[in-house]
Ligand binder design. Structure first.
Ligand code: DQA
Length: 194
């Protein structure tokens, strides 16, 4: 009886635990692509809690461009003192029902390649192209070429900064732009896709 009461009392915790294990199984860790081989483990969720079935989850890709690997160390007065990795953990906890993938590169062509790779499957892409925002026709063309909607984000309010940051090659080809809310810009972008 006591065990039964304990199970009921901790049911939310147990549900979350089963859910995260089953989500891990259903994802191929490296690419974070859904691995249909393992989606049978999702039977419980598909049947009893469809909202939590991986099939019905939004797949959102975050792509960060140059120098954003240094968040936390880079100009903390502009970008804050938190690393993106630690913020990403918070986002994953906050949005358990989202398959959230992360990619960062300092190389323009790698950002183009990633957009090609995920841009026909992801339900949404959140792109902070860093300084390439202001220079890259190649990234703008990549966004034009794919079908997934892209949100342009910036941590700082670029319009309060140097004038060369006021022009973006990307804004006109993105679904929307979220600018100047610190790291919270990424959360707002995720919410815009839900
Ligand atoms: C930035 C703004 C860009 O102008 C700058 O080059 C960055 C970061 C931002 O998130 O505020 O690298 O994209």
């Amino acid at each position: 009886m006591i065990q039964f009461i304990l199970v009921i009392k901790n049911s939310k915790f147990i549900f979350n635990k089963i859910f995260s294990i089953s989500k891990e199984f259903a994802l191929d860790r490296g690419a974070e692509q859904i691995n249909h081989e393992y989606s049978k483990y999702q039977f419980f969720f598909r049947t009893f809690a469809p909202k939590y079935s991986i099939k019905n989850m939004k797949r959102i890709q975050i792509i960060n461009g140059p120098n954003l690997n240094l968040l936390g160390k880079r100009e903390p007065s502009v970008y804050g003192s938190r690393s993106f990795e630690s913020y990403l953990e918070e986002l994953k906890t906050r949005f358990p029902g989202v398959v959230l993938s992360y990619f960062q590169s300092n190389v323009e062509g790698e950002l183009v390649n990633k957009l090609h790779e995920v841009g026909f499957e992801a339900d949404g892409i959140i792109l902070n192209a860093g300084a390439y925002t202001h220079t890259s026709i190649a990234i703008a063309d990549a966004i034009r070429s794919i079908t997934s909607p892209v949100i342009e984000v910036h941590i700082s309010n670029v319009y309060q900064r140097e004038s060369f940051r006021h022009h973006s090659y990307l804004s006109q080809v993105c679904k929307g732009c979220i600018i100047g809310f610190g790291l919270d810009s990424y959360r707002l972008a995720i919410e815009s896709f839900l």
